[in-house]
Design a protein around this ligand. Structure first.
Ligand code: NAD
Length: 438
């Protein structure tokens, strides 16, 4: 089967590479010439573990290529995937569909034979029908179907998520489109991964409902963590005790500095907006959006407490700024709220992140980037763990505290304990939902 993939970001590139690994012929298109140039040179423009080898293997096998030219990608393609961004629209929280609609227009102008136009981007209910209308209006003679195929991969574990999904969701309106989609996902069907075929609206809704539910779960445990701090309970124990209940499950039940990333913030806002438009308010989701902002602000208060009420003149070392480990993605990371508060309050901020520098340099002005946590801690008044990269999980706390002017730690991912910190020579340790020592 021949597939065209529009967009070579986190979703489009991973999907394109994985489809080619299924044995399909995939041509990926992007409008960003630098991305296509790098891809044609064998470089992966994003950080995603394992993607470089898988990409190289499929390029070498002649199943995967990259181009700026949609016409070249569409030639002979039975399906064209739209995997472009759907960021929050300025001002109203709605998903910005301009990239999706532009891609639909381009397909309409370029396609000549029957093709299934598959929306992989996360889009509000009704968008696939709008895509169909747009194509029909621009090219009334084109034979095509639309399909909704939302993506559930997680950055940092994207290949495994794509190759071994909990489920694949496919929304269609015609048998012909269903057959094409079944052929594309046949390797997963043969390995008995669940493939759910629905109407277009349900497929679109599943993606928003799933992401909003996960945001609720994270925010719930973050709120419980705040109460744990007041009543002397340990949120790690609470979350373990809750998560072992099969009805609840232990995933997305780790307290932290608030959710961020390229999906949860924008998808919760878009769902809230859809609810308002259809007069079915998403009150839980709306509250979660508000509470998550408060969670991030609460982190700043914790840091202020550790700095005696003012950041002015303090040297603060921040470990991790990407929104989670194993990605270079900084979009809506909690660091984008917390680090500017430190810099704005007059702190000298040093940042260490294994992959975040490239993106983070423009997003976090006024900080100094360093590579080594120990060197970055030299003479510092506070150490903040903001993202739980593996590199930060086994640090020599004695060496760190010995290097610092005031050995104080804010562990916003609960990767150490008060006992570890005390033994390691820290004079103060604050984490999430557990008793501090100061
Ligand atoms: P991204 O911003 O990383 O990539 C989008 C790419 O599309 C960019 O390279 C851009 O240049 C390209 N593009 C835009 N318009 C184009 C056009 N007309 N022709 C060719 N290329 C075009 O975005 P992403 O993170 O991959 O997300 C894509 C979609 O997938 C979004 O709707 C997102 O919500 C959804 N999604 C993302 C994730 C994730 O973890 N990132 C997970 C599941 C779903």
């Amino acid at each position: 089967m021949r597939i065209a993939m529009i967009g070579t970001g986190y979703v489009g590139l991973v999907s394109g590479v994985c489809f080619s690994d299924f044995g399909h012929d995939v041509v990926c298109v992007d409008k960003d010439p630098r991305k296509i140039e790098r891809l044609n040179n064998g470089e992966v423009p994003i950080y995603e573990p394992g993607l470089d080898e898988l990409m190289a293997r499929n390029v070498a096998a002649g199943r995967l290529s990259f181009t700026l030219d949609l016409e070249e990608a569409l030639a002979g393609a039975e399906a064209v995937f739209i995997a472009v961004g759907t960021p929050t629209r300025r001002g109203d929280g709605h998903a910005d569909l301009s990239f999706v609609m532009a891609a639909a227009e381009e397909i309409a102008k370029t396609a000549t034979d029957y093709v299934v136009v598959v929306t992989k981007s996360t889009v509000p209910v009704g968008t696939n029908r709008k895509v169909a209308e747009t194509i029909r209006a621009a090219n009334p003679d084109l034979a095509f179907d639309v399909a909704s195929n939302p993506e559930f991969l997680r950055e940092g574990a994207a290949i495994d998520d794509f190759m071994r999904p909990d489920r694949v969701v496919v929304g269609v309106q015609s048998d012909r489109a269903a057959e094409v989609m079944a052929e594309i996902y046949r390797p997963l069907f043969l390995r008995e991964f669940p493939i759910i075929t629905t109407d277009l609206e349900s497929a679109e809704m599943i993606k928003y409902a799933a992401n909003a539910f996960l945001a609720v779960k994270i925010t719930f445990i973050n709120e419980i963590a705040a109460l744990c701090e007041k009543v002397g309970a340990d949120v790690k124990e609470v979350s373990r005790g809750m998560g072992l209940d099969g009805r609840i499950g232990n995933k997305f039940l780790h307290a932290g500095p608030g959710y961020g990333g390229s999906c949860f913030p924008k998808d919760t806002k878009a769902l809230a907006r859809i609810g308002q438009e259809f007069a079915a308010p998403m009150q839980i989701t709306e509250t979660v959006i508000k509470v998550n902002e408060e969670v991030k602000r609460r982190m700043i208060d914790k840091l202020l407490d550790l700095c005696g009420g003012s950041f002015n003149g303090r040297t603060v070392t921040v470990l991790g700024v990407t929104f989670k480990p194993n990605t270079d993605d900084m979009r809506d990371a909690p660091a984008l709220t917390i680090v500017p508060a430190l810099v704005g309050g007059g702190a000298k901020v040093r940042v260490v992140d294994p992959q975040g520098r490239h993106e983070g340099e423009q997003m976090l002005p006024g900080v100094t980037w360093q590579d080594d946590p120990y060197a970055a801690a030299e003479g510092a008044d506070l150490l903040v763990i903001l993202t739980e990269w593996n590199e930060f999980r086994g640090l020599d706390l004695g060496r760190l505290s010995g290097a610092m002017a005031r050995p104080r730690m804010a562990d916003l991912r609960n990767i150490y304990s008060a006992g570890d910190a005390e033994k390691g020579g820290f004079e103060a340790y604050v984490s999430i939902g557990r008793s501090p020592f100061m």
